[in-house]
Design a protein around this ligand. Structure first.
Ligand SMILES: Cc1ncc(COP(=O)(O)O)c(C=O)c1O
Length: 430
């Protein structure tokens, strides 16, 4: 504990106040689906460092590939032809939705990947606006932040870059007051068209930037036809579609890309986080058609697509497509069913939703009024941590438990986590 205290004290003294921590937890090393503290305590990891390690912590093959590259070269300028970026781009093209996105640009983070995609679509279309969804999250660089739909992350930073917002497909709390979809007639998509017609005109909007499933905004999973309906509106106004797969991609939802659940092929996808199992890599993957309007030198990133991250990403994609995604899909279903079973004894659980290992459990004070149980969720985070399980919280009110474990999470650990949730929920509702 002395060691922990030392690091906590140093952090409080020398690190920015902008870092937000929830408990005195100092991780030291991690393996598979377990994180160990500097005091040697083991925690079941249901958060994967905010979804950054999908093939598991300290994966042997990732380590081996990175170590091998480490001996050769970390990185050199993308002004040269680089074997690692060329090979990774080929693999991404082959694995892109419908094999339709065959061009890659590499950066270092999810924010930059979105920033890059936004620059591309604005350049190509010569249209000034981006459209995005309420409750979305796209990063903290200026345009990505301008396009995120949660004011809590933007307070004091406006005026923002040109963005218009459409209502989110959050059926549990339909922003337009409907009870069920498709009975609502996809009212939120109709409203999206109104946003275009009433605010800036469809011809002023370059692209919709949207997460196929909204993570930070509360683990929101749109109805299966949602993006097909959206695409009709986009096509009508010749608006492009960028799917932000920073969190929903890389096998997280039981398919390689979250958008693959919805039968729609976007014009670009962006990803980061787990693509290189936590090493810095941002990917903007887009169509040949968009690429043909771009010019050499129009975008650049000094460290983007570094050799170590690309080596890791090659292994990650190989492992994901060699059975791990199917395993995660099945184990995710099992986890979801176990969470649904908890609803029978815990009134505070208003909703359980998700696909694969992209799971949300929403806490409410009352199932009828759906008043968010914000304080209870904060307490649950602590109680679960005391029992050595790591989770996250999301949603505008912080009342949605986010479960995004490494995809290698075992059934044994799922069962243990469920026992912990049960005990913790009893404790906070006593
Ligand atoms: C959906 C989504 N997009 C973009 C980002 C930004 O990524 P980064 O923090 O790597 O810039 C995040 C980060 O959480 C995210 O969840």
């Amino acid at each position: 504990m002395d060691h922990t205290k030392e690091i906590v004290d140093l952090s409080e003294k020398y690190l920015s106040r902008m870092y937000r921590r929830f408990y005195t937890f100092v991780p030291d090393y991690a393996e598979g689906d377990t994180v160990f503290t500097i005091d040697g305590e083991a925690y079941i990891d249901l958060y994967a460092g905010v979804s950054i390690v999908n093939v598991g912590w300290s994966d042997d093959r990732v380590i081996e590939a990175v170590e091998k590259q480490l001996q050769k070269m970390f990185h050199i300028s993308s002004s040269y032809y680089l074997e690692h970026t060329a090979r990774l781009a080929k693999k991404l093209a082959e694995l892109s939705p419908g094999q339709a996105l065959t061009k890659s640009f590499f950066t270092n983070s999810g924010s930059e990947a979105n920033e890059t995609a936004i620059s591309i679509v604005r350049r190509v279309t010569k249209r000034p606006y981006i459209m995005s969804l309420h409750r979305s999250f796209h990063g903290r660089t200026f345009y990505a932040m301008s396009a995120l739909g949660q004011s809590q992350w933007k307070v004091g930073l406006g005026p923002f870059a040109p963005v218009v917002f459409a209502p989110d497909p959050y059926c549990y709390r339909c922003p337009l007051g409907h009870d069920s979809c498709p009975e609502c007639g996809y009212a939120c998509v109709k409203y999206m068209e109104d946003v275009l017609r009433c605010e800036v005109g469809g011809e002023a909007v370059a692209a919709l930037l949207a997460e196929p499933m909204l993570a930070n905004g509360g683990m929101v999973v749109p109805p299966l036809d949602y993006f097909r309906e959206v695409k009709k509106v986009l096509d009508k106004y010749q608006i492009l579609f960028i799917a932000d797969e920073v969190q929903s991609g890389n096998g997280r939802t039981g398919k390689l890309w979250g958008i693959e659940h919805f039968g729609v092929i976007p014009d670009a996808i962006t990803t980061s986080k787990a693509i290189a199992n936590g090493l810095p890599l941002g990917v903007t993957l887009y169509s040949q058609e968009l690429d043909s309007s771009l010019k050499p030198g129009e975008h650049y990133s000094t460290l983007g697509g570094n050799a170590l991250s690309c080596a890791a990403a090659m292994v990650v994609l190989d492992e994901l497509t060699s059975g791990l995604i199917e395993q995660a899909r099945e184990n995710g279903k099992y986890f979801k069913r176990s969470l649904e079973a908890l609803m029978e004894t815990h009134e505070i659980i208003g909703d359980v939703r998700g696909e694969g290992f992209f799971l949300g459990m929403e806490l409410v004070k009352d199932r009828k009024t759906k008043e968010p149980a914000k304080d209870a969720a904060a307490k649950l985070l602590q109680e679960v941590w005391k029992r050595k399980v790591l989770i996250g919280l999301g949603g505008l009110d912080g009342n949605v438990v986010r479960i995004e474990p490494p995809l290698v999470l075992t059934r044994g650990h799922i069962d243990k986590a469920i026992v912990v949730f049960d005990e913790a929920l009893k404790t906070i509702t006593q």
